[in-house]
Design a protein. Sequence first.
Length: 219
Amino acid sequence: MPSKGPVAAKIPANNRNNRVGQRGLRAVSRRLSGFPPPPRSIIENPFQYWDAILARKFGAPQGYFEDSSLFALYRLYEFIILDHVFAYRDTLEAFWRQRQWDVQSIPDPQDDDTERYAFLAGCAYLLVRSFNERVKLGLRRDNSPLITPEEAERARNIPDQLCQWEKVPEWAKNVPPLRATLVFPTHDGVITKDEDDPRADPDFLAKNILLWTPHISFT
């Protein structure tokens, strides 16, 4: 991990009084027509930003008429930053059901914001961990949502080498760690202490981002 030095952004706990003015709100709303703003811009006004998300009509950015794995990755990025557990778990579940979206093939966003790029890379690792937990249980992305106990038992007995394991995209592996640590609170303001905190997510930590490990296990 890079030397500690000054912390890039030790974001304060969420505060409903921490509101942007009308000019700031218009700026946030405009960004919703494209890709999300950098992490610090989101977390500085989390409740305002969440309200803007709820006002959206479509999941894809303006000008696009089909969803994609990259758009879903950006949505996951927003929900993880805001620590909206139900939202990011729903996004994981929806991504899992899009079986044509293998994680390794998520296009490189080539994001010009280093903090956003590093966070997106961390989200790609989360997808792989979450999905491979399911694969280890014998679940497949092409399974019916409802399977019999016998089918589940047969699936659990499939040899590892025959399982369809998800892999991290090469671009996510190659995104360098941030030069200064970026720290995020949970939705209720709890801050992960440091890199030795057992609650810190290991894959985000590798990108020099400190946040509580998200709840990514689902069946």
